[in-house]
Design a protein around this ligand. Structure first.
Ligand SMILES: [Zn+2]
Length: 370
């Protein structure tokens, strides 16, 4: 995949020295010094490519017949590349993302005058400037010649509909309740997928603006039980919850394991079903309302070191905000504890909440999509 390859190259380029002296936070690449000053450089090698841009700007170079004095062709591709640079700087191209687990690439494909360009943004190393905006280093490559330019994009964070959809599974009620004040501090609303019978916790969580979904009675592997047990585990307590004033409209599969027939069955009782995985995925509200989403796990067991957790959270949340005003990132974890493998430390949770708040991301609950 050219985009992925390009990203890898750019990443290696920008991080080459950081791999060695790692464990601290990586420093931004020396973008300014790497930015080419085109006028100081020798002309690019003759380009067999780059047809003139739709005749809008420079006079189209007439393709001369033999013997005719050809105008210098060196300016055309260089100008196009510079034009591409301006387009990216002006945010005039559509930004996209791709991801495989935690490898998240943010890029744009566009063309000028028939020449294709790819811009790859290094949002992880964006730096916060005075005035509260980010400078995002990027690299542009022409698809035809492979020629590249590096620049910086000024990124001003706006309020919009982008956000995070954070949820907690299982039955860590004391730890969750202990974090209510922390959630309040960042204006965060979250969803707790609880087990068993209705408890006072669910009412108190709802009263504080959070949401409560269901996570079965006994946390069995639903792919290994009979249909009767499946129904019992997933639906037999719903009426009791609703009678207690807990709507219970969303459901999280234990271990994230599901099958189409389970979806079909559960849509009779729940509006949104949630799976679980390690890959970064974004949704918009309409996609969430379709009924099934997979949340990205952020448990301690997946990130041994805080610095790795901080980096992936920074990268993910910036990708959410940077690539679309309606992007929503479903995240999930379990306990809130310094010791739990399946859970998040209070410090990591606070890092996540603060990072989301700083990026003006909304905190969504599952009930917001019903
Ligand atoms: Zn669970």
């Amino acid at each position: 995949m050219p985009v992925l390859l390009l990203f890898v190259c750019f990443f290696l380029f920008s991080c080459a020295h950081q791999q060695k002296d790692a464990p601290t936070h990586p420093t931004p690449p020396p973008v300014e010094s790497a930015l080419r000053a085109p006028e100081d450089e020798a002309p690019v090698a003759a380009q067999p490519v780059a047809p003139p841009p739709d005749g809008t700007r420079e006079a189209p170079q007439t393709v001369g017949s033999a013997g005719e004095q050809k105008p210098p062709v060196k300016e055309t591709p260089r100008t196009l590349l510079e034009e591409a640079l301006v387009m990216v700087k002006n945010n005039a191209v559509q930004k996209r993302w791709s991801a495989r687990q935690d490898d998240i690439a943010v890029y744009a494909n566009f063309s000028i005058g028939g020449v294709k360009f790819t811009a790859v943004y290094d949002i992880l190393h964006a730096s916060l400037r005075e005035g509260g905006y980010f400078q995002v280093p990027f690299l542009i490559e022409t698809s035809v010649t492979g020629e590249t330019l590096i620049g910086n994009l000024d990124w001003h964070i706006q309020h919009d509909d982008s956000g995070v959809l954070l949820s907690f599974d299982d039955d860590y009620i004391e730890a969750w309740e202990g974090a209510f004040a922390l959630f309040d501090r960042y204006g965060a609303r979250v969803t707790f997928f609880v087990q068993g019978k209705p408890l006072g916790f669910a009412k108190r969580a709802l009263a504080r603006g959070h949401d409560v979904g269901y996570h079965t009675i006994h946390h069995l592997n639903l792919s290994q039980v009979s249909r009767a047990v499946f129904i019992e585990e997933t639906t037999s307590e719903i009426a009791a919850f609703r009678k207690a004033g807990i709507p219970l409209r969303s459901f999280a599969y234990p271990y994230g394991l599901s099958s189409p027939w389970m979806h079909e069955e559960l849509f009779h009782s729940f509006t949104i079903l949630r799976g679980y995985g390690v890959t970064f995925r974004l949704y918009d509200a309409a996609a969430i309302k379709q009924g099934y989403i997979a949340a990205k796990a952020i448990d301690n067991i997946l990130y041994t070191y805080d610095k790795d957790f901080h980096a992936i959270v920074t990268l993910m949340l910036r990708a959410v905000k940077f690539t679309g005003s309606e992007n929503i990132l479903p995240l999930c974890t379990h306990n809130i504890s310094n010791r739990a493998d399946w859970g998040i430390t209070p410090a990591r949770l606070e890092y996540l909440l603060k990072a989301a708040q700083d990026l003006k991301l909304k905190f969504y609950c599952y009930k917001d999509f019903m």
